[in-house]
Write a protein that binds this ligand. Structure first.
Ligand SMILES: [Mg+2]
Length: 99
């Protein structure tokens, strides 16, 4: 098992020890909590605080990795498979927009 999947399992264990639950049945709420962390990162940008930005991006990854570790999602495999697909896409995915 790679480092990212190990970290996901470690975060899921830590979350469980703290009495919180992450499972498929509550997944919509967990995804919304990911969104709140992204919103906090956006607020940090508005405040021009790179320190707070780094903290909120870390929170975002922690919540995502908790989800992966809790439902046994092999995120390393998933990222590698998706990046393989992404590498085959054209420049700007064939669109004009830089976003
Ligand atoms: Mg936060």
């Amino acid at each position: 098992m790679g480092e990212l999947n190990s970290l996901a399992q470690e975060i899921a264990r830590w979350r469980e020890e703290k009495g919180f639950v992450t499972n498929w049945e509550g997944m919509l709420a967990k995804l919304m909590l990911v969104v709140t962390e992204v919103s906090e990162a956006a607020e940090a940008v508005r405040e021009d605080s790179r320190e707070k930005f780094a903290e909120e991006i870390a929170d975002t990854f922690i919540r995502l990795l908790d989800i992966c570790g809790s439902i046994g999602l092999d995120i390393e495999r998933g990222i590698n498979q998706k990046m393989e697909m992404n590498r085959g896409r054209p420049y700007r995915h064939g669109k004009k927009s830089q976003w």
